[in-house]
Design a protein around this ligand. Sequence first.
Ligand code: G6P
Length: 608
Amino acid sequence: MCGIVGYIGKRQAAPVILDGLERLEYRGYDSAGIAVQHEGAIQVAKATGRLEALYHLTRGGTTLLGTSGIGHTRWATHGVPNDVNAHPHTNEHGTIAVVQNGIIENYIALRERLKSKGYTFVSETDTEVVAHLLDYYYQGDARKAIIQVLQHIEGSYALGIQFADQPEAIFGVRKGCPLIIGLGDGETFMASDVTAVLKHTRRVMYPGELEIAELGTEGVQLFTTDEEPVTREVSEVAWDISAAEKGGYEHFMLKEMMEQPKVVRDTLSPHIRDGRIEIEELKISDEDLARVNRVFFVACGSAYHTGVTAKYIFESLARLRVETDLASEFIYRDPLLDKDDLVVVISQSGETADTKEALKMAREAGCRVLAIVNVVGSSIAREADFVMYTMAGPEIAVATTKAYSAQLIDLYLLAMKFASARGYLHGRKLKSMMEDLAKLPEQIELMLNSREKIQRIANRFIAARDVFFIGRGIDYAISLEGSLKLKEISYIHSEAYAAGELKHGTIALLEEGSLVAAVSTQPSLHAKLLSNIKEVKARGAVVLGVTTMGNREIEQESDFCVTLPETNPLFANSLAIIPLQMLAYYIAVGRGCDVDKPRNLAKSVTVE
Ligand code: G6P
């Protein structure tokens, strides 16, 4: 989704802003623009397409003079991607510039009102109303004008604002969308996330909802819509800039897949103490945990798939009632929630609009909310009652891999914690599960090291039209994620089916040569899956089996087979997903796709 970068300091602003925007590219965008203040005027440059076009237009930013400015990468919502709709938007005289991430929901009514006052609009965007509204209220006091505008606009947004006649300041404000402030030495930044400023500073501040940030060369002042000053603590970001760079890999996605052993280890280790699981962040006593009536897992995309996995694990291990929901469904289905329910929201970015809304709804219903989040200081992390962080570091590729793997680990730990508190997990069983958990990083490494084999298989299916993923139980959850990875980066049509459902319709789609990836990691379900494999083979499908080592029948029945090291079946997702991520990756590379930035997709989906 849209990305915002703002800079005020002593350096030429445009190259710094362009560099920041480049680091936000992963969020997904289709046009970009920049506004810079110089000698009492604002200069704007915009270009459709990739940032290179904007680089080219401004010679890397050097043609735009001035030491303060705002920039934007736009992921189109209102109006097609073109130069006119690209941000920044300005008032008619070009003296006020605005960039926005989010949606101004009442923009149509505002536009009509402004038109009746003589304002003319050039773009189809919702953002342009903000520029004209600012113009309407601006009498030389930027703070007052911004406050008045905030009283009229509705929706979720983050705004970056600049005035031609205010050389000493740029402004930012957020409501429901992310915006962080970076504090440098004689320079100050704002950005949609920390990766855009990490190169310059690790000192960041997270403004609260509707707190207006006035950035100057010497720092930032925050104030409320009543013009009351606000103090926010300055945090030191632990992430290293190198973590947000490719480090010699061809794609971020490959780099991030290869980081999974480390990420899993880092996510596990803070929670293992003297052979026991400690989740300090979850400030609920074991007695209280045992009294939790139901757990809801609510998330979007791949995070939702970890929630599907968790349902199987929690029910089987902790004998607890579980519901897993897509956040976008949960918030509109009027779920029955009560105060003994625990709602677990799972999100890499911590900014996904639907997941945030689910969190809010759960809290309003009196439930306790635990967030499993990767981005420190994100909205979800701030609004939940408890936060368990995934230690994945910055994830840049749009298609998640390492954050997904880290989420699984937090969910395993949580399931085991619940199971112990409820008296279902102790002694030898607990010990053996702890041992299996500890082996996961090495086993994932082993799977990653066999990537050449996967690449060879992938090369055979570069021209595939449809690919089906089948599995039962946890293997169904794995199939959902395997299928999503493939379709999102290779654009090959792909579906995941609970293997037992095949006969109820999907099998009609199979043709001679269709690829079916059959996942079979659950010993109690091997025989059932074997029958499904036979059924699809009888219809001409080519089968890629993904199964545990020593499962001879599946190996023999499959045309290609990837075997996984032995682990507790409840942890199988962590191993089985690796070859499926690799399969998607190598097929996408073979098809010449833009692996890290697939078309139409955004990393952080901040609108519903
Ligand atoms: C987008 C991303 C996915 C992610 C989903 C949920 O679709 O491309 O990788 O799983 O959003 O995002 P979240 O940040 O809430 O995990």
